[in-house]
Design a protein around this ligand. Structure first.
Ligand code: BYC
Length: 332
């Protein structure tokens, strides 16, 4: 583990309530006026304690999702079908890690050190996206991740890139450019399998069936039970609610799957023409909370890979931080 701590100490509930009471009401009013005018908040600006805390939580989780999210696809680099697919997958996985770097930088501007964030990931204190706790069993799983998970991420990121915190919005804008290319790659791989041999179509359908529920979970619990949405939307950190983002995603991508003759494992999935909203069977939220609580099919495996990387990269970090003391390379 890293030794670094918080610059910004995360308060407990009692501390937080006290700190919030100490948020100067005049400053709070000016801050909320700035948000209402659509101004960006920058790192040196005054901000309420809870705004800072929520942003750290959200951006940190997003950063962890990028680096853990590289793992399921990363396991397919050696087995990608053909040279071009392999090159594209290597580039995609590198991009995802780069997104993690951008997001850790954005979270650091709020006062939590990178070391503290990594420690919280490894100890299980910080969350990361539910979807990366499932195995990528076949090449079709990589295809579904590249198309549908990148698509889901784009829906979320395009909305939130218009939010209030400057460093997060700028990171999201940059990430969206790269994710759009990932989406094209995923779509191309999807078309290849969907129009390929019966075995390829079957493999794709099987992957879709397995990934559908985790993807429905991706946008978070229904609005009525979302803990943070109200405050985050008031402060324009989140620019659309969980259900609205889920609906936007269904609107844009379900027709593309149906056009290819693929099916989704929900007999109730349909667009209500009168309301313009999608209707669907509620995904199993107990399963969602179990997975984000650390008990999904691959949670242990994912964190173990990161723990191994932290442990084996320790000497590099030490050498970079103390170049004079660490001249000797470790004995293999
Ligand atoms: N997974 O109050 P709510 C990528 C938690 S990677 C896990 O609605 P909020 C890619 C939530 O944290 C990009 N936990 O939450 C990489 C909260 O728990 P805590 C992935 C979730 O924050 C590689 C509790 O449930 N994108 O694209 O208002 C390859 C209550 O929820 C999830 C992001 O990470 C979840 N899905 O809204 C390919 C986006 N959903 O913290 C692709 C950044 C909810 O109180 N995150 N929880 O213990 C967000 O935008 C928001 O966190 C969410 C949830 C919309 C997901």
């Amino acid at each position: 583990m890293y030794g670094g701590g918080y610059i910004f100490d995360e308060p407990n509930g009692k501390q937080l309530r006290e700190e919030q009471q100490h948020d100067d009401p005049e400053k709070l009013a000016v801050f909320e006026e700035r948000i209402a005018r659509g101004e960006k908040i920058e790192p040196g600006d005054w901000m309420p304690t809870e705004y800072r805390r929520q942003l750290i939580r959200l951006i940190e989780q997003h950063a962890h999702s990028e680096i853990i999210g590289a793992l399921p696809e990363g396991t397919w680099i050696t087995r990608a079908p053909g040279f071009k697919r392999k090159l594209a997958l290597i580039a995609k996985v590198q991009d995802e890690i780069g997104h993690g770097q951008l997001l850790y930088n954005a979270a650091e501007t709020l006062g939590k050190s990178r070391e503290a964030m990594i420690n919280d990931l490894l100890s299980g204190k910080s969350k990361y996206s539910n979807v990366f706790n499932y195995p990528a069993e076949s090449w079709a799983d990589v295809t579904v991740i590249g198309f549908l998970i990148d698509a889901a991420a784009i829906v979320n990121q395009v909305a939130n890139a218009k939010g209030s915190y400057g460093p997060y919005c700028r990171a999201l804008e940059r990430i969206c450019y790269e994710e759009s290319f990932h989406l094209k790659q995923g779509h191309d791989a999807l078309i290849t399998l969907a129009t390929g041999t019966p075995a390829q179509r079957e493999m794709l359908q099987d992957a879709l069936n397995r990934w559908w529920q985790p993807i429905m979970h991706f946008f978070g619990p229904p609005d009525k039970s979302s803990q943070h949405s109200e405050k985050l939307m008031q402060w324009k950190v989140k620019m659309a609610s969980n259900d609205d983002m889920r609906n936007q995603f269904l609107d844009a991508y379900v027709p593309k799957l149906w056009e290819l003759g693929l099916t989704l494992p929900d007999p109730n999935l349909k667009k209500n023409a009168a309301t313009g909203r999608w209707e669907y069977t509620d995904p199993d939220w107990n399963e969602f909370f179990k997975v984000i609580g650390g008990d999904g099919p691959c949670n242990k495996e994912r964190l173990n890979v990161r723990k191994w990387a932290e442990e084996h990269g320790r000497w590099v970090r030490k050498a970079l931080m103390n170049p004079k003391e660490e001249r000797a390379l470790p004995v293999a």
